[in-house]
Design a protein around this ligand. Structure first.
Ligand code: BGC
Length: 456
């Protein structure tokens, strides 16, 4: 299978990673299995997080030494990734990462399990290796081997934060049936039940390990923040949390904004604002457009305290917000609110720090910057601001690349004029991008330059 080893200035990421991995052998075996993680436990609290040496080496070589010791998640995006690293920018397998985490003296490692059958049913940039009906392979060839590593008593004291299958269950609400945004692929995954079954199996099998903390993906406010998506998403998550051996006790919380660009907090306007021509929520701002939320923090908190509990999840769960690329600093960032006495359209556009063309744009967004550095318990019900998408790794190729296993999604093409999912706006993507997961130097440099808080 394809695996491009990134080499910069003659040093491979694997070579740099190897130095740390050697240290692991000098550690003595930790004690056996901890108690099952209880709902409400926050694995980030007081924890030193694992720094992925693969990403660290790439970021250092790319001019990001100042932020290269930031913890980022390890993506398990194929069966091969379990033993030899994810597509594109990574070389270490899961066991090497676990050993290296022990060597670093880390308390917790963040992983993303991302290989469902029929993956990425509403886009092409991250189409996966398993066909829509390959649920058995997902269980036996993907989740079971991961489980076999995580249950090794050598790792019993290392907390494993599992971000479960991003961009999957929300698609079963928004991109199916008679909606204008529906795709045949998402209709199929809804009909065959394999997203629900796969997530259930993942939660149950991995969650049975006392050191594993599962967070189920909830998309982001610009996707699930509308009334007709919000509770329905929580309900399908609850269905998955009761499927294929899972129970709600296997769920620690929810992951918002993974690999997306929504601002954590919009400082200069809020959903209740009333502009010169009326409440901004009620149709006079095409940016807000009846959404209930204007940022990820308000969305994630409401999801935990309102939708999740209404669906049947226990109260006291948490959410994490991916802040790796949602900083929106730099010269385009507004420094205060717009004129609230004028039209809502202008007021919101002049106030918002999220400078995307449309909230539905998701691929390699021009103008984005690094966001909040990872922080535990920053706000009520928020377990962490975390860097889940490693900055500098592409969301998708900006043009067709021959023989690419992943597809070409025009949402990554800067000349594309959009589809129903971004209401026919320009894609806002950067040009010159490689396949998803591969290193995108120009994007990394822009993220550094537009970081908010800035990089010192
Ligand atoms: C890609 C994965 C990659 C991940 C992190 C996803 O979009 O499909 O291959 O590991 O991003 O960069």
């Amino acid at each position: 299978m394809r695996k491009s080893r990134k080499r910069v200035a003659g040093v491979s990421a694997a070579a740099l990673a190897g130095a740390g991995a050697l240290l692991a052998t000098s550690l003595s075996a930790p004690p056996a299995a901890a108690d099952v993680a209880a709902p409400g436990d926050n694995p980030y609290e007081g924890s030193q997080l694992y720094v992925n040496p693969d990403w660290q080496a790439s970021a250092t070589e790319a001019g990001g030494a100042a932020i290269a010791d930031t913890p980022t998640a390890v993506w398990l995006d194929s069966i091969d990734a379990i033993t030899s690293g994810s597509d594109g920018n990574n070389n270490m397998g899961l066991r090497e990462h676990m050993d290296e985490a022990l060597a670093q003296g880390a308390d917790a490692i963040q992983i993303v399990t991302y290989n469902l059958p029929g993956r990425d049913c509403a886009a092409l940039a991250s189409r996966g290796e398993l066909e829509p009906d390959q649920i058995d392979e997902y269980k036996t060839d993907f989740i079971d081997p991961i489980d076999a590593i995580l249950e090794d008593p050598a790792y019993a004291d290392l907390k494993v934060i599992n971000i479960v299958e991003i961009d999957s269950l929300p698609n079963l609400i928004t991109n199916v049936g008679d909606r204008e945004t529906a795709t045949p692929e998402c209709d199929e995954m809804k009909a065959n039940g394999n997203y629900v079954k796969g997530v259930g199996y993942n939660l149950g099998a991995l969650g049975d390990n006392g050191n594993v903390y599962n967070y189920i993906d909830i998309g982001h406010h610009g996707w699930i923040g509308w009334d007709n998506n919000f509770q329905a998403t929580a309900d399908v998550l609850y269905e998955a949390a009761n499927a294929e051996g899972a129970s709600p006790e296997d769920v620690t919380g929810f992951a918002a904004n993974t690999a997306n660009y929504g601002a954590t907090e919009e400082p200069y306007f809020s959903i209740d604002d009333v502009a010169g021509d009326g409440p901004i929520r009620e149709g006079n701002s095409s940016w807000v457009d009846w959404n209930r939320y204007v940022d990820e923090l308000s969305f994630a908190q409401a999801f935990v305290t309102e939708a999740a509990t209404a669906a049947g999840f226990p109260s006291g769960l948490g959410a994490i917000i991916d802040t790796s690329r949602n900083g929106w600093g730099g010269p385009e960032r507004p420094t205060g609110p717009g004129d609230i006495s004028g039209p809502g359209e202008d007021y919101v556009n002049d106030s918002r720090t999220d400078r995307r063309i449309h909230l539905g744009n998701w691929c390699n967004q021009a103008g984005a910057g690094l966001g909040e550095r990872p922080t535990a318990s920053p706000e009520p019900n928020i377990h962490a601001y975390a860097w889940i998408k490693p900055p500098g790794e592409s969301d998708g190729a900006s043009e067709e690349i021959p023989d690419d296993d992943k597809g070409f999604d025009r949402m990554c093409d800067p000349t594309y004029e959009g589809n129903a999912r971004n209401q026919y706006n320009m894609s806002g993507a950067l040009d010159g991008a490689p396949t998803s997961g591969h290193w995108f130097q120009a994007q990394f440099e822009e993220l550094m330059a537009n970081a908010n808080p800035p990089v010192n």
